[in-house]
Design a protein around this ligand. Sequence first.
Ligand SMILES: [Zn+2]
Ligand SMILES: [Zn+2]
Length: 344
Amino acid sequence: MRAVTYQAPGEVRIDEVADPVLSHPDEAIIQIEASGICGSDLHIFHGRVPVDPGTTIGHEYVGTVTAVGDAVTRVAVGDRVLGCFLVACGSCANCLRGDYHRCERGRTFGHGKNLGALGGTQADQALIPFADMVLRKVPEGMSAETALFAGDVMGTGYHAIAHAGMREGDSVAVLGLGPVGLCAVQAAVAGGATQVFAVDSVEQRLELAARFGATPIHLTEGDPKAEVRAATEGRGADVVVEAVGAPAAVDAAIGLARNAGTVSGIGVQVGKSEMNLGLAWLKGLDLRLGQANVIAHVDRVLALLESRKLDPTPLVTHHMKLDEAVEAYDIYDRREALKIILTP
Ligand SMILES: [Zn+2]
Ligand SMILES: [Zn+2]
């Protein structure tokens, strides 16, 4: 089968690789109908997340089940399914608490040996371990490009809001309007936030956020802190989502939050950083960090997609063929696309 493989920093290519085969009763194999290119693929593309040359990449996918192991009961051959970007066993101590994102046997598609050596989904086929946990049937009539958001980007934006414990009537500020930040804006609006402030420096992204019901604030031309304060009687936002993945953005989030508010850091952080913990302490903030628990949210997110309370289709800027993946990565790397969908 064809697969998009990492070769060296800045270099991917289409390779011919072996078809996946079932090796455990809890696995399924799917024929990929559509796969997304994501910001985390770009970390691999640039070598910031190290994977071996030849690793098949990609982790957002919709497809049709072509084979299942004997223990798989929730999906069957012929089902059209979407999947989550990571897998979880469902039976370890963390899974039993519902913390599927911290599964002791968790693995992430297309992220190399460090994350479980699980093949990627930018390919003709993919092997899905723990298929009952990871796969869901695509609701009738839902497009592949909408469905694949449930298992990654929309699930992550939703998590940023859910993990913050946002309630109806809250004010929310979202820092960073990449696909995850824009999905967080939608989740906040759908969840009943009365005011959503969306902060970024890219005009097109601010316009999209405004279309989704947020008040756009330009990071440098505007004054996020002053504008959020002015709109909240000087208090600051109840919930601040950091969707950038930079220590400075967490610091800015601490500054935007009200006293005893919540900062939900969904952006990826690496290593030690400096931030104003004193201010966070003084304000009595709740700091909630970490990767999204998409398996815990996927059914709710799918229901919200089906009801169109969440609609990621405006985020899809490019449709390309799997064979055009090299060009697609170049376009994505030049930040000319929000979401590229690859189809066979
Ligand atoms: Zn992703
Ligand atoms: Zn587990």
